[in-house]
Design a protein around this ligand. Structure first.
Ligand code: 4NP
Length: 162
């Protein structure tokens, strides 16, 4: 699925949104950042709720990332605000409730899993109230979806896409 064009040619700003910003969107943020290293891509993540603002990632999310070679330590939770829409070229919601909460769907407000090669239009299930296996399931979705996103970003920003 092609990306909406960047507002500033040659760079791309992408935001990832879930409910608490301590599980799903921070996992996607860390994994996507690793996959687009060296590309002019800015990534941020936020929650629609404010309960965890300022906190690090959920310890299960952090442990899952660490076990797969990613560094979760820099994350601090933030809350999404309407002003983010003017800053980011694309805002991706982890589930359909998050999508509705931020005013989507639209060209620049979509579901993260619209880029999942194994299924578009689906939620990343909220792992917060479940067991550790839910975090492994989220990471698997995040890894294959960010692979596809990173390829789209490279195509948009590469010599043929600019
Ligand atoms: P997230 O998970 O949206 O993936 O960060 C949640 C984290 C916290 C809560 C809900 C979901 N909570 O209700 O505090």
């Amino acid at each position: 699925m092609p990306l909406p064009p960047p507002r500033t040619p040659g760079q791309y700003a992408l935001a990832l949104v879930c409910l608490g910003n301590i599980c799903r969107s921070p996992m996607a943020h860390v994994v996507l950042a690793a996959k687009v290293e060296g590309l002019p891509v800015t990534i941020a993540s936020a929650g629609t709720g404010d309960w965890h603002v300022g906190n690090p990632m959920d310890r299960r999310a952090a442990a899952t990332l660490l076990a797969h070679g990613y560094d979760p330590t820099a994350h601090r939770a933030q809350q999404f605000g309407p002003e983010w829409h003017a800053t980011y070229d694309l805002v991706l919601a982890m589930d359909r409730a998050n999508l509705a909460d931020i005013g989507g769907p639209s060209a620049r407000i979509r579901l993260f899993r619209d880029f999942d090669p194994e299924g578009s239009g689906l939620d990343v299930p909220d792992p917060y109230y479940g067991g550790d296996e839910g975090f492994e399931e989220v990471l698997a979705m995040v890894e294959r979806t960010t692979d596809a996103l990173a390829a789209e970003l490279a195509a948009t920003l590469g010599p043929e896409g600019s």
